[in-house]
Design a protein around this ligand. Structure first.
Ligand code: NAD
Length: 492
């Protein structure tokens, strides 16, 4: 899997033609509302799609329910093989998946290739293996009131509603359905209405794969469909990735049936530069990370906390790093910042910048090359001179905008880093690992990177505290979200 200029030329205009839902292993013509899907780079309508009707949501849940018994009783080896058959098809059709992502999200092609397609397939294969794991815990004896022995095994929760956000349509879906299927659950997957095409294409692969009919159902639709699905009595668990505002609604909707939720929500993650760091050595890495996918990443490390002694050096190194930001056509392999998803989102991001400047904030660093004529772009900017209470410092912007705040000592850095409603991720730039770990262990964040890296490992948990969500995805923790523990006790 490597993207060449020839491959790019061959696939750059590709838009999946799949419009059918995948219900019970069959293509189903959608009967719900119709809407347009845009390419955020060209501003053109690239597809008109129709969503599921509420009856079709019922149908998908019924198909998942019917498939649940046989799927959950299959051996781990059989489930592993079936999941891997889907991974094989994704590997075979990776170019179509990639083109679909670039054209509906505007993600730069090299990022989409690495972070969505390659990483997504790798994670799915890890989850397939995890289906085989024996998770039984042997507790041993307990003698009150009579001598007994106990084991704890697990059973799958049942039918999962998986609802995803727009920014990384392929891997966000895999994180959910891969873990749910490995656990023995069945799934109804609903992607964002802004980026439904990659998931519809995935549906075609699901139908070709060895996954039994009804194990993974794919529907599309807007908020009404999401609301109906997440509050449906036929669903046992809701796994959601999206904004904290919608996450709160999902929790309330799922409460109607006392269903559990996993919520992967937003963040305002801190990027701490401790005293004694060589800021020049990581400036490029740091600035290209928070601006990745035009800042449309839940774990965007866009709150930069910099020790005051390093502040001037940090800005000078940052000015050099900003020269590495290439805003433009996501199909150009040199581009690292594409457009934002829609004009209203671009306006919202620009609104944060305008408000910060009106409140005395300063644009300390900025890409100033003219923006392409078409496309919903925002040039990356680093804002400073803002109080920690400013909206741009506290709220998730989800665009190529970072804020920088100087701090006096490490205790203040830790206090500022934790002074947020979110708790998703953080990065600590430290002069040595011991100091990095000392700070990391005091941060309220589901993931802490020390001195860069930034990978989401398939075997490590991902998720957050506070308004960043409930529960975890990935690794064994992600599988356990879809399993119920069962205590089995016997008298000896
Ligand atoms: P969003 O919350 O606007 O929408 C997400 C999904 O929810 C969409 O599919 C939408 O149709 C659906 N939805 C809307 N209203 C609903 C309702 N009442 N009931 C059920 N479903 C409903 O999010 P978005 O703009 O697509 O994605 C961006 C957000 O996602 C950001 O906040 C980002 O931080 C977050 N995110 C989090 C993670 C993570 O793993 N923590 C990963 C990626 C994105």
């Amino acid at each position: 899997m490597a993207i060449s200029a020839e491959t790019i030329a061959a696939i750059r205009d590709y838009v999946p033609g799949v419009r059918d839902l995948t219900i019970g292993g069959r293509p189903v013509e959608p009967a719900g509302e119709q809407w347009d899907v845009y390419n955020p780079t060209t501003e053109e309508v690239i597809a008109t799609v129709r969503g599921a009707s509420l009856e079709q949501v019922d149908q998908a849940i019924r198909a998942a329910r019917d498939a649940f018994g046989p799927w959950s009783r299959m051996s781990g080896e059989e489930r592993c093989a079936a999941i891997n058959s889907l991974a094989d098809l994704m590997e075979e059709r990776w170019e179509k998946l990639l083109a679909s992502i670039v054209n509906e999200v505007g993600t730069p092609v090299s990022l989409a290739e690495f972070l969505q397609v390659k990483m997504g397939i790798g994670h799915l294969r890890w989850q397939a293996e995890a289906a085989k794991k024996d998770r039984t815990v042997h507790l041993g004896s307990y003698d009150i009131p009579v001598p007994t022995m106990s084991d704890v095994d697990h059973f799958p929760v049942g039918v999962v509603a998986a609802i995803t956000g727009y920014n990384y349509p392929l891997n966000l879906a895999i994180f959910k359905f891969g873990a749910a299927l490995a656990a023995g659950c069945t799934v109804v997957l609903l992607p964002s209405p802004r980026t439904p095409l990659t998931t519809l294409l995935l549906g075609e692969l699901v139908r070709e794969s060895d996954l039994p009919d009804g194990v993974l159902n794919i529907i599309i639709g807007g908020a009404d469909v999401g609301q109906y699905l997440s509050s449906h009595a036929g669903v046992d668990k809701v796994s959601f990735t999206g904004s904290d505002a919608v996450g709160a609604k999902i929790m309330a909707q799922a409460a109607a049936n006392l269903n559990g939720v996993t919520l992967e929500l937003g963040g305002k993650s801190a990027n701490i530069v401790l005293p004694g760091c060589e800021v020049e050595s990581f400036a490029v890495d740091m600035h290209l990370r928070w601006s990745r996918n035009a800042g449309q990443g839940c774990a965007a490390l866009a709150r930069l906390l910099v020790h005051e002694d390093l502040y001037e050096r940090f800005l000078a190194a940052g000015a050099e790093a900003f020269k590495h930001m290439k805003v433009g056509d996501p199909w150009d392999p040199a581009t690292n910042i594409g457009p934002l998803i829609r004009p209203d989102h671009r306006d919202r991001v620009n609104g944060f910048i305008t408000e910060a400047l009106e409140q005395g904030g300063k644009a300390l660093l900025q890409v100033e090359t003219p923006l392409p004529e078409k496309g919903w772009y925002v040039n990356p900017v680093l804002l400073g001179n803002l109080p920690h209470s400013a909206r741009a410092v506290q709220e998730e912007i989800f665009g190529p905008v970072a804020v920088v705040l100087p701090f006096r000592d490490t205790d203040e850095a830790i206090r500022l880093a934790n002074d947020t409603a979110y708790g998703l991720a953080a990065n600590v730039w430290a002069p040595d690992l011991a100091e990095g770990r000392r700070v990391a262990e005091q941060l309220r964040a589901g993931t802490v990177w020390i001195n860069g890296g930034g990978a989401m490992r398939p075997d490590a948990p991902f998720g957050g505290a506070g308004r960043s969500g409930v529960g975890r995805e990935l690794g064994e923790w992600g599988i356990l979200e879809f399993l119920e523990p069962r205590h089995i006790q016997w008298v000896v």
